[in-house]
Design a protein around this ligand. Structure first.
Ligand SMILES: C[S@@+](CC[C@H](N)C(=O)[O-])C[C@H]1O[C@@H](n2cnc3c(N)ncnc32)[C@H](O)[C@@H]1O
Length: 229
């Protein structure tokens, strides 16, 4: 069943407005946030998401597409197969960046959509990635319901989730300040506690394939349960 488009949701629209910066500035800011708020690296993200791209792939909240672009170059370098990709985002300026970036790429469809209300049929995709975005969704339960719905049984979801700051005092304080700024600005909805987000994921119809906590990020790969016979 395809869920019909939901009516305007103020918190979702606020997030879309907050992501209205030009893509080049968004990319620079993103590297800073990755290093000091997530305390993670680009290489780790590329390996996590680059390995979870099936024949028909859904890129959730694609942003300006800069991370996916690096991931696709990495896949080419590794000799991994070309795939069909559908990417979507709710912030139109982000989508403009992604459309320019992938203008010449075959097999790439880019759409304006809200993750909590997807116009795809059930069981459409072999894989889905939610990169740097789960903690931006005001309606995470609705988002997970939709992503799980459009995954094929046996399909996989990879995600990284921003956790409340951990580790040494100074690093915790820096990450905490960045998070507060992100929430004020509206580009971050909330970080999560590890146990809470883990529970939410495994009660949404997914089974754990791999997980790690690294810096302030929870990196996870899950599989949709096959249909009962
Ligand atoms: C931190 S960015 C990550 C973008 C990209 N995945 C990356 O890793 O560079 C978060 C993205 O989530 C998008 N987003 C937030 N809420 C959304 C929603 N309800 N539906 C679709 N996209 C949403 C924002 O517009 C933004 O582009």
């Amino acid at each position: 069943m395809v869920r019909s488009a939901s009516k305007s949701d103020p918190s979702r629209d606020n997030i879309a407005r907050a992501y209205s910066s030009p893509p080049w500035w968004y990319d620079i800011r993103g590297l800073f946030i990755l290093t000091f708020a997530y305390r993670s690296t680009l290489g780790r993200q590329v390996r996590l998401f680059g390995r979870n791209i099936g024949a028909h792939h859904l890129e959730v909240a694609i942003g300006s597409g800069s991370l996916l672009d690096i991931i696709l170059r990495w896949r080419r370098w590794k000799g991994l197969p070309q795939v069909r990709i559908v990417g979507f985002d709710y912030a139109k300026p982000m989508l403009v960046g992604a459309r320019q970036r992938f203008a010449d790429r075959r097999g790439m469809t880019l759409l304006h959509a809200d993750v909590s209300s997807l116009a795809f049929a059930d069981a459409s995709f072999d894989s889905a990635n939610i990169a740097n975005a789960m903690h931006c969704f005001p309606d995470l339960d609705g988002a997970l319901t939709e992503v799980v719905r459009v995954l094929k049984p046996g399909g996989t979801l990879a995600a990284n989730v921003l956790l409340y700051p951990r580790g040494p005092w100074l690093l915790r304080r820096i990450a905490g300040r960045i998070n507060q700024w992100g929430m004020r600005k509206g580009i971050l909805y909330t970080p999560y506690h590890h146990a809470d987000i883990r529970d939410k994921l495994i009660t949404s119809g997914l089974v754990m394939v791999a997980e790690e906590v690294c810096g302030n990020a929870y990196n996870v790969v899950l599989r949709k349960l096959p249909e009962p016979v």
